[in-house]
Design a protein around this ligand. Sequence first.
Ligand code: UD1
Ligand code: MG
Length: 456
Amino acid sequence: MTQKITTGWFISLFTIVGACLGLIWTVFIGDGEPLIASLGFSGIAFSASYCLIVWLGDSFKRVGLKGKDISKADRRELPETMGAVCAVVYLMCMIVFLPFAFYEYFVILTSGGGNRDATIEGVETGRLLHRFPHNKLGEYLSAILSLQSMVILGVADDLFDIRWRHKLFLPVIAAIPMLMVYYVDFGVTNIVVPTSLQEYIGTALLDLSWGYYLYMAAIAIFCPNSINILAGINGIEVSQSIIIGSFIAINDLLYISVEGHPATDSHLFSLYFLLPFLGVSLALWWHNWYPSKVFVGDTYCYFAGMTFAVVGILGHFSKTLLLLFVPQIFNFIYSAPQLFRLVPCPRHRLPKFNARSGLMEPSRAPFEKPPKWYIALILGILEKLRLIRVWRNKEGVIMECSNLTLINLWIVTFGPMREDKATMGLMGLQIACSIIGLLIRHKAALLVFPHDNLSI
Ligand code: UD1
Ligand code: MG
């Protein structure tokens, strides 16, 4: 079914674009804040993505970028890889925004600084060029390069369905430009030791050296893949990304609102990358929410995860980032027996749609031969803890178990439910975990560390 943009939507999008162009213009002529321009670009990115997703859907299907909506009675075919549309709009936005992000330095160095002749002479002789933050420009460009590489690898995955053990490591390649700039520019590999441990270790700062780079590479692997495996019901991939992105933005605003905070620049950098991301994601969400009209594809999951990894690593708040990924961390650990093939892992682990009731039920992983004793023991313990459902034959041997995903666990716990109810429930959990995560970061961290770095 071909989608169309209604007149109402067209007028609304036109108004949004007009207002956003106005915002950008005021920044351009009035030496305004780059953040306002970023907001303007995000609105334009939202509108462009909204229209392009509608207009390009059929073309994507024609070239084979499509997938069946498994949890619907008619299993209709929908355009897939719509994340690629969002990612391209986003990257273009970030490239056009580049001069705005560094506008203030051009103003000081060239005209508009109030002393045109003097500064121009300074630039020509190179004396004032040291004021330009080349390191920040390097960070910005490397972030774009990492995201761009991730998007290309994501599209390759959507096209060729790369094997799990291979695609798990794709993000490491994409992360290299960003890690390289981190090494050259910031290079801090110390972590603050909790107060209670400082006495034993004998230092307040522990240098993890190359271990810190391994840790950052692990974050770059984890963020994209963890979103890709908390997936498979309408709207869940984009919804979780919007929630995580919004909470990182709230955390950034907390720092920026403290006047003269030393981390202001890092958090501004994070907001420049997050606001347009939220813009394109909201547009995608509109089309992907239940009942979906398009699928996001692996491209979106990788693009979203990599955006978070980039801002977390280059913004120097990767540990706070992990506090916002608690459901994803749980899902990853819970999935591990299937990911590492200790328990059979079917191609799709999303819940099973019951066409008669219209509800989602836990999907099952069938054992071809009886599980080894220690696997059976672990599954038995998980069953006692109500963390899994198992099906046995007459002899009591385990034949099947519910697939080890948070989505299935939600349905095992609360019973069969409609697809959108499951997404809403899980996203409620994501919001609750994020609120607790930020409270832990800014309140409970004081119990373990000497001070919260929100204060200066
Ligand atoms: C990951 C999961 C897999 C899950 C799939 C769903 C692991 C190891 N892999 O695989 O279990 O089934 O994501 O995205 O956990 N689809 C729907 N409804 C939706 C979203 C997707 O039916 O709301 C189906 C469509 O047929 C779509 C396909 O899932 O074409 C996309 O799957 P894909 O992203 O290729 O799966 P993986 O990322 O490999
Ligand atoms: Mg996927």
